[in-house]
Design a protein around this ligand. Structure first.
Ligand code: EPZ
Length: 422
């Protein structure tokens, strides 16, 4: 297996071109199952996860081709409604085929995703929602067997927790239902707005974009459309925090400052100069200026994103004060703490809260560490960039799930980083 090697302690300067959002590309790719014809998706990042979902669609009878960051996907000959455990176990987002398969074929057999490093990741809200639309769901042998005679029936769906993929699954299913569906307490992440835009472009009738109440008037049929994937706000935030931690000045291009309201405020509270305009964000992090300790509490959008919690914690290990990190979304999203402590960080966990006693800039030392999940891995990269000496990160397949061209983007900022065999 490969590992990532970082010679830390160097400032980062220059530009990073942000890729399309992984968590928007995945539902947009599965939404192509809803309509025959050739769909065009632009700005699609080439990641382990996008390659996985395309393999899954191939197994259902879909054909596709990639030209650069543009995908052409043809779901005309969709002829299978079963998503195998082999594929689903590697990526939980595979459950996003459930809604489109039920809407298009009236049946779906999808392996339960199983847990992952950050939590149990149940899909009970997805299943409850489909049952509200008339679907019969049976859970057996580790699979969800879902089917309905005829069309889905519009109804009201309420999410106890504003589930992102739950909202996306029900939204896609409702577009072809008989009658109107209300999704209450819907998630409001920008990736859902991107999906709403694609579905409307395909002929769906949807009201409430960007709010927690989505109203979908079902239609008989949808048509293939041409849609662009929005910039990846989590990749953007990860690089902003990396520059903050290492020191320097850099601009993120082809991004959307409006999709990071919480992070930009938190970085300013830490004492960093952050300015966003049009599709760029510039951050200035003077190394001689100490970092303030700032608390975060992860919340559904537009609150502070859980996918940027580990990265911000790495930054807080370098402040001159204490910071409290409260993870409210997932039950086990502190896997990076033990690894950061190997680099000298002073962090104490108490349930869903971690107390970070900042060491000041230069407080971390490089060490061999292990990646456990996608975002925990990126927090180790950030720590390695700021630490003195060499950091070696193993199991970097986690990183490759969500960060396109990570080594070249970091090298472009002046980082000393390369891959090597374990
Ligand atoms: C999406 O996961 C993202 N993945 C995650 O990003 C992100 O961390 C998460 O939303 C929260 O923002 C994709 O979009 C592909 P949820 P999702 O359903 O939809 C509980 C990354 O690093 N829940 O909003 O699976 C759940 O356990 C990944 O890119 C239920 O209990 O998250 C969690 O505690 C990691 N039952 C909370 O709700 C359900 O049926 C929020 O989960 C569904 C969710």
């Amino acid at each position: 297996m490969e590992k990532l090697v970082i010679e830390g302690g160097r400032e980062l300067h220059g530009q990073v071109r942000i890729s399309g959002a992984k968590n928007a590309a995945l539902p947009l790719i599965t939404a192509t199952l809803l309509a025959k014809g050739v769909h065009v998706l632009r700005n699609v990042p080439d990641l382990r996860d996008t390659r996985t979902i395309l393999r899954l669609l191939e197994s259902l009878g879909v054909t596709w081709e990639r030209q650069g960051h543009t995908l052409r996907i043809d779901a005309t000959d969709l002829n299978c409604s079963e998503a195998s455990y082999e594929l689903v176990k590697t990526m939980r987002a595979s459950v996003l085929v459930l809604g489109p398969l039920l809407a298009r074929l009236g049946r779906a057999r999808v392996s339960l995703p199983g847990g992952c490093a950050i939590g149990a990741r149940p899909i009970n809200f997805h299943i409850l929602g489909f049952e509200q639309l008339g679907v019969t769901c049976r859970l057996e042998h580790g699979y969800v067997d879902a089917e309905i005679d005829g069309r889905l029936q519009g109804n009201t769906v309420y999410f106890d927790i504003p589930s992102v993929t739950g909202t996306e699954n029900l939204l896609m299913a409702a577009t072809l239902a008989q009658g109107t569906t209300l999704i209450k307490n819907a998630a409001r992440e920008p990736e859902i707005g991107n999906l709403v835009d694609m579905l409307i472009g395909m002929g769906a009738e949807i009201e409430g974009r960007g709010t927690d109440l989505l109203t979908i008037h079902g239609v008989e049929e949808l048509q293939a459309a041409d849609t662009a994937v929005i910039p990846d706000r989590i990749e953007t935030g990860t690089y902003l925090i990396a520059v903050a931690a290492a020191g320097g000045e850099a601009t993120m291009t082809h991004c959307n400052p409006g999709h990071l309201p919480a992070l930009l405020e938190k970085l300013r509270a830490v004492g960093l100069e952050v300015s966003g305009q049009d599709d760029e964000i510039t951050i200035r992090a003077l190394r001689q200026r100490p970092l303030k300790g700032v608390d975060i509490k992860t919340m559904p959008y537009p609150g502070y994103p859980t996918d940027l919690q580990a990265q911000f914690m790495a930054l807080m290990t370098l402040s001159n004060q204490t910071a409290v990190v409260n993870e409210t979304i997932f039950e086990n999203r502190f896997m990076h703490v033990a690894e950061l402590k190997r680099m000298g960080a002073d962090i104490r966990i108490d349930g869903h809260t971690a107390v970070v006693a900042g060491l000041g800039r230069g407080g971390l030392t490089g060490a061999p560490v292990m990646a456990t999940d996608l975002r925990a891995s990126s927090s180790l990269v950030i720590a390695g960039l700021a630490a003195s000496g060499r950091t070696e990160i193993s199991r970097i397949y986690h990183l490759e799930r969500g960060y396109e061209n990570l080594v070249s983007k970091l090298s472009g900022l002046g980082a000393r980083v390369w891959k090597t065999q374990e």
